[in-house]
Design a protein around this ligand. Structure first.
Ligand SMILES: C[S@@+](CC[C@H](N)C(=O)[O-])C[C@H]1O[C@@H](n2cnc3c(N)ncnc32)[C@H](O)[C@@H]1O
Length: 309
């Protein structure tokens, strides 16, 4: 496995959003290699406190080592940020950070099976203790389920065609490795000069499904609001449009002074309630030119910032 090095994305912008200060309490729900966490702890020295978690046990170990100089000022647990409110006291935090997606060490370790740049087992689990792998899904789910995953989580236009072909192929040749699946998709939907690999969307969709990223994010946003103090800030860095839309819709719903049911906002049926959040920035913040030039993986990042009322 490569050394656990992950360059924190939009670190300056996240710091501006969270405004860490001595005595403040912060939560990092995606601690990864501890990059953002180190910056938060340094900026809140000497008395700031950090709660951290990650679904990836290797990340938790790496973060604890990376943050050794701040020993006594943090608690890091192995777990899903969806469960943050189960162990972080309610209304205790001045800032919560979620830096979604996968880390460079996860992407760059072939044995984790996130990428088809190198061959590895079709795994994709962030949490190695979870039973279901991407291979289980690809070799076990029906056409409808696979097509739904590829379409909804990957925005794949040929979702059904890919799902049908996979189901037709797997009885003879079960899908075991990343390159095997990527090669199969490429033969099905050749590049025709496109720069991105035809399997990119299918891999993103499988990763989202294997790790229940949509369900975790919805529950994680709820948990973040619970653990924030009034005036505390929630900063979320997303890497694709599905995540960003979820964050935007969540923020919009919580910033309204009314609720509605049934998915349609009919003025006569609105139920008044107090807004819980306000937007700090109307639009998503994007990485600056210098970061984009230095770290190509930041190119799809977007930061949204809300404040608890
Ligand atoms: C982009 S990396 C974070 C990097 C980190 N901010 C840093 O500076 O080192 C995303 C991390 O979030 C973790 N992760 C993704 N979804 C999670 C969830 N629902 N709960 C906890 N950790 C999660 C991944 O395992 C990965 O380590």
């Amino acid at each position: 496995m490569p050394e656990f090095v992950h360059k924190p994305v939009m670190a300056t912008e996240a710091l501006d959003a969270l405004r860490p200060c001595p005595g403040g309490r912060y939560a990092d729900g995606t601690i990864g290699g501890g990059g953002h966490a180190a910056i938060i702890l340094a900026a809140s020295s000497p008395t700031g406190w950090l709660f951290g978690c990650d679904r990836d046990g290797a990340a938790v170990e790496a973060a604890r080592a990376q943050l050794a100089e701040f020993a006594g000022r943090f608690e890091i647990r192995h777990g899903n940020f969806a469960e943050l409110a189960d162990w972080v006291p309610a209304a205790s935090c001045d800032g919560v950070l979620l830096d979604l997606g996968v880390s460079s060490p996860q992407l760059d370790s072939p044995e984790r099976g996130f990428s088809f740049q190198q061959d590895g087992p079709l795994d994709m689990r962030m949490d190695a203790q979870q039973p279901m792998t991407a291979a289980d899904l690809v070799n076990g789910a029906g056409v409808e389920e696979l097509a739904g995953i590829f379409g909804e989580f990957g925005g794949e236009r040929k979702a059904r065609k890919c799902a049908k072909a996979i189901v037709g192929e797997r009885d003879r040749h079960p899908f075991k490795t990343t390159r095997q699946l990527a090669g199969f998709i490429e033969r099905l939907a050749p590049r025709h000069g496109r720069k991105t690999h035809p399997a990119t969307k299918i891999f993103q969709a499988l990763r989202i499904a294997v790790n229940d990223e949509v369900g975790s994010l919805k529950r994680g946003l709820e948990a973040a609001v619970k653990i924030l103090k009034p005036g505390g800030r929630l900063a979320v860095i997303t890497f694709h449009s599905l995540e960003d839309r979820l964050v935007k819709d969540f923020g919009r719903a919580r910033a309204r002074d009314y609720a509605f049911t049934g998915g349609v906002d009919v003025p006569e049926l609105r139920e008044p309630r107090l807004p819980e959040l306000k937007w700090i920035t109307r639009k998503a913040i994007k990485p600056g030119a210098a970061e984009l030039a230095e770290n190509p993986r930041s190119r799809s990042a977007q930061l949204r910032v809300m404040e608890k009322i």
